[in-house]
Ligand binder design. Structure first.
Ligand code: PLP
Length: 394
């Protein structure tokens, strides 16, 4: 509609949400669809977190909170950063938001001017690109391949930097590839970045705990990167609290203050009950959620084993998060059961229509050779989905 702003007309719809909507529509028509498109743990919220929320309601928490979050929640976040990441922050460096997605949107809004370039190691999380664009930024993908476990190298990073580069956003563990950068790998990237002090690094660590190799590393742990790195995290994935909408940042003071100012005009801050519950979540030791990580790990083994049995799927071994990101380019140009597959979007659509399995095209993540399959689903659904995919392709 021409009456809509250029801003929104030029924005892509979130591919993951679009696929979920399409799956819902087909289900509404009576089709049996297995949804492996959303990045959403299928566990319930831990009891102690639910109890804290109920307690908060009964304690009559109801009013606007400080824009950047309750002081005692910020204390819990500061303690969490210390305990899990060895990072020290002051309260003025912490901003609580309505999900990590809003944390990222705040950062783009407060840091980017028209034409500023944003480095996105590809494959990247879908929203990084549009969150940057809507703030006037220009996404600059840094391509990788399955051969390097979808990780960028110091050389590819150096080659992508220009005088207009303002920001780099990456996730480790990575959505969609599951790749985890080791401390040594991050240090090698930092060695390139120290020559370009104008670049702010946004380290999205929302999958921190869903790590099967151990040893989560944060860019801000390096002294020479601390003053220009923003650490983004939240409770959506680790505590299965996607709908509760709480994310947070630890940032240089001047960036946190700007996010606070932005948020003060846009949302007034995050939901008060969810903030109270997040205190309980963050104060719990990581061992309290180990059962979820263990389940994700055994599902990873299950899905990798089943995928290895389907011709034309090439997988890396994801070290974290809960996705596999197989290269399916083997099928491009081929006709299966009367449908010609030209790219990964056609492939994902074919799987939805012929196998009744919802996945997401890798094109949305900046890698058109792949599709993303979420294994945050029951073992039963994973087995049935892989068997249907195998049949639909044979
Ligand atoms: N960052 C990454 C890499 C994600 O995968 C997601 C959710 O899918 C988010 C951020 C957003 O998380 P939240 O639910 O806290 O907004």
């Amino acid at each position: 509609n021409p009456q809509l702003s250029k801003r929104v007309n030029e924005m892509a719809t979130s591919a993951t949400l679009a696929m979920a909507a399409k799956a819902r529509e087909l289900r509404g028509q009576g089709k049996d669809i297995i949804g492996l498109s959303l990045g959403e743990p299928d566990f319930t919220v831990p009891e102690f977190v639910k109890e804290a929320a109920v307690q908060a309601i009964n304690d009559d928490y109801h009013s606007y909170t400080p824009v950047d979050g309750y002081a005692d929640l910020k204390t819990a976040i500061i303690e969490k950063f210390k305990r899990d990441n060895g990072l020290s922050y002051n309260p003025t460096q912490i901003v609580v938001s309505t999900g990590a997605k809003q944390s990222l949107a705040n950062l783009a809004q407060v840091l980017l001017n028209e034409g500023d370039e944003v480095l996105l190691p590809a494959p990247y999380w879908v929203s990084y690109s549009d969150i940057s664009k809507v703030a006037g930024g220009v996404p600059v993908p840094i391509d990788t391949s399955i051969e390097t476990d979808f990780k960028i190298t110091p050389e590819s990073l150096r080659a992508a930097i220009s005088p207009r580069t303002k920001m780099m956003i990456y996730s480790s563990p990575c959505n969609p590839s599951g790749s985890v950068y080791s401390k040594e790998e991050l240090r090698a990237l930092a060695d390139v970045l120290v020559d370009h002090p104008q670049i702010i690094v946004v380290s999205d660590e929302i999958y921190e705990h869903i790590n099967f190799v151990g040893g989560h590393a944060s860019m801000a742990q390096f002294e020479d990167m601390y003053d220009r790195t923003v650490t983004v995290n939240g409770v959506s994935k680790a505590f299965s609290m996607t709908g509760w909408r709480i994310g947070y940042i630890g940032a240089p003071d001047w960036i946190a203050r700007a996010c606070n100012k932005m948020q003060g005009q846009v949302t007034s801050g995050a939901n008060c009950i969810a903030q109270r519950a997040t205190i309980a979540a963050l104060e719990s030791p990581p061992s309290a959620i180990q059962y979820m990580i263990d389940a994700f790990q055994s599902r990873r083994e299950l899905i990798l084993g089943l995928l290895a049995d389907i011709p034309g799927f090439k997988c890396n071994e994801p070290e974290g998060a809960f996705y596999v990101f197989p290269d399916v380019s083997h099928y491009f140009g081929k006709t299966i059961n009367g449908t010609t597959i030209f790219d990964s979007s056609d492939f994902a659509m074919y799987l939805l229509e012929e196998a009744g399995v919802a996945t997401v095209t890798g094109a949305a993540f900046g890698d058109p050779n792949c599709i993303r399959i979420s294994y945050a689903a029951s073992e039963e659904d994973i087995k049935e989905a892989m068997s249907r995919i195998k049949n639909a392709l044979s």
